[in-house]
Write a protein that binds this ligand. Structure first.
Ligand code: MTE
Ligand code: MO
Length: 377
């Protein structure tokens, strides 16, 4: 393996606000969802966030096959046409990267530097995994199922294909799908063409793209993305908790118009309908609350509908904007009693930081736009 000019190790803690060239490199490859896209129930193709660890692989759909094997009675090999001929289901599902919120941490772990918006909701079309696994007939001692992608690279000094596992009982759940379409169109290269896994409610790392094989194991999977990465750890060497289902989060469409560089919002005084979405992979959303004073006081928002029980729920709030500076915040609570924290939920890998969103707003003046002339892109 070629030596890097200087060591750049994922997870290194950075204690200064400026992002590094390597973080910028990742950030321009893997974009988040612009917050104004929260206005759509289903995120339009191209606005959904993206996270690709290595490279988007080239796949020839005419020779591609999915193999299902390992500890099964009846290993299977299926072409894309054979998979598409199976009973199809379409389900709206909200996906969120486990690293969402990472760039807000201090110190922050060197990795994809997400702010708040590594999220999207798509209508995924595919076939249920459970019946396929049942046809392969897992052995009695089977405990886990590994999903292997075609994409390869090096992470943590280990050459690997992207792969993640699920407990067999989680893989057999009704809502778990192998999908070939997004928003009614064939999967795009960046979202996993020709076939990906969708596990509603779980953080993004579970949703293996560019599937190549499914392997049933009689023991726990030890691959890098499973055993090493994606653990909530506060100290080096700690076993930690595996990252699984999404913690609750609410986001708002920032009101008014933005300043080009700072994204500070300019809003006219008076009533404004604030809108956004809230989701949790742990229980249904039970409450969304708004604050216009940085989280000192809260008022309840009105909850609206959701495109499915596995997708975000709309909320709205009629805000009376009074002249001056405000910090708008939104906070979600789920039916299991999980609520978003005010401050960053710090961890070594920068996972599961579901701290509340904060939006700086100036009501009744655009004086803060004095920089405008210097800012032309
Ligand atoms: N094969 C493969 N699957 C993958 C990844 C990857 O790098 N390779 N990234 C995972 C992560 S960390 C996330 S957050 C989601 C992102 O899915 P999206 O790009 O379709 O939004 O894909 C997951 N599936
Ligand atoms: Mo992710």
């Amino acid at each position: 393996m070629a030596k890097l000019a200087r060591p750049v190790v994922a997870g290194t803690l950075i204690d200064e606000p400026n992002i590094t060239p390597e973080e910028l490199q990742l950030a321009v490859r893997n974009h988040s969802m612009p917050l104004e896209a929260l206005r759509y129930d289903i995120t339009p193709l191209g606005l959904h966030y993206l996270l690709i660890h290595f490279d988007i692989p080239a796949v020839d759909p005419t020779t591609w096959e999915l193999s299902i094997g390992g500890h099964v009675e009846r290993p299977l090999k299926l072409s894309l046409d054979q998979i598409k001929a199976r009973p199809a289901t379409t389900l709206a599902v909200t996906l969120e990267c486990a690293g969402n919120g990472r760039a807000r941490m201090s110190p922050r772990p060197l990795s994809q530097p997400w702010l708040n918006e590594a999220v999207g909701t798509a209508e995924w079309t595919g076939t249920r995994l459970g019946p396929l696994l049942a046809e392969a007939h897992p052995h009695d001692r089977a405990v886990e199922v590994v999903f292997t992608g075609i994409d390869r690279g090096v992470q943590g000094g280990i050459e690997q294909q992207y792969e993640r596992s699920l407990a067999l009982r989680d893989a057999m759940r009704d809502e778990v799908l192998l999908v070939w379409a997004i928003n009614g169109q064939p999967l795009t290269p960046q979202h996993g063409f020709p076939l990906r896994l969708i596990v509603p409610g779980w953080y993004g790392m579970t949703q293996v793209k560019w599937l190549r094989s499914i392997t049933v194991l009689d023991h726990a999977f030890e691959g890098f993305q499973q055993a090493n990465a994606y653990h909530y750890r506060r100290e080096q060497g700690e076993a930690g908790e595996p990252v699984t289902r999404m913690r609750p989060r609410a986001l708002m469409v920032p009101p008014g118009v933005p300043d080009f560089m700072t994204r500070t919002r300019f809003v006219e005084p008076g009533r404004h309908e604030l809108v956004g979405r809230a989701w949790s992979g742990r229980a249904a959303i039970s409450k969304a609350e708004l604050s216009d004073d940085g989280g000192a006081t809260w008022s309840e928002a009105t909850l609206g509908g959701a495109p499915s029980e596995y997708a975000w729920r709309a909320w709205s709030y009629s805000w009376n904007a009074t002249p001056g500076e405000h910090e708008l915040c939104v906070r979600a609570t789920d039916a299991a009693g999980n609520v978003q924290p005010s401050n960053a939920n710090w961890s070594l890998e920068g996972v599961e930081n579901n701290a509340i969103q904060r939006v700086q707003v100036v009501v009744g003046s655009t004086d803060h736009a004095e920089q405008a002339a210097a800012d032309s892109p």
